[in-house]
Design a protein. Structure first.
Length: 76
């Protein structure tokens, strides 16, 4: 069944192609679906790394006086 989703053509080295093909065969999925899932996972890992770097940079400028304790945060 045709899809209206955007498409990407990718050229892979033979060893990488073999790995993706083996994963697809093992899981009973198409090459396209395995590739999509691997790209999604890679993007999530990059996002996590970027957010961790952002949090680390914010931690460096954090002042103890600006922090709230549990009672201050949750009081009515």
């Amino acid at each position: 069944m045709p899809t209206k989703n955007p498409r990407i053509n990718v050229v892979l080295e033979e060893p990488l192609y073999r790995i993706i093909r083996e994963l697809a065969e093992k899981d009973g999925l198409s090459l396209s679906m395995v590739s999509r899932d691997l790209i999604r996972e890679a993007l999530e890992l990059r996002e996590d790394a970027a957010l961790a770097a952002f949090a680390e940079s914010r931690e460096k400028t954090l002042k103890e006086a600006d922090l709230s304790n549990h009672e201050e945060t949750w009081k009515d």
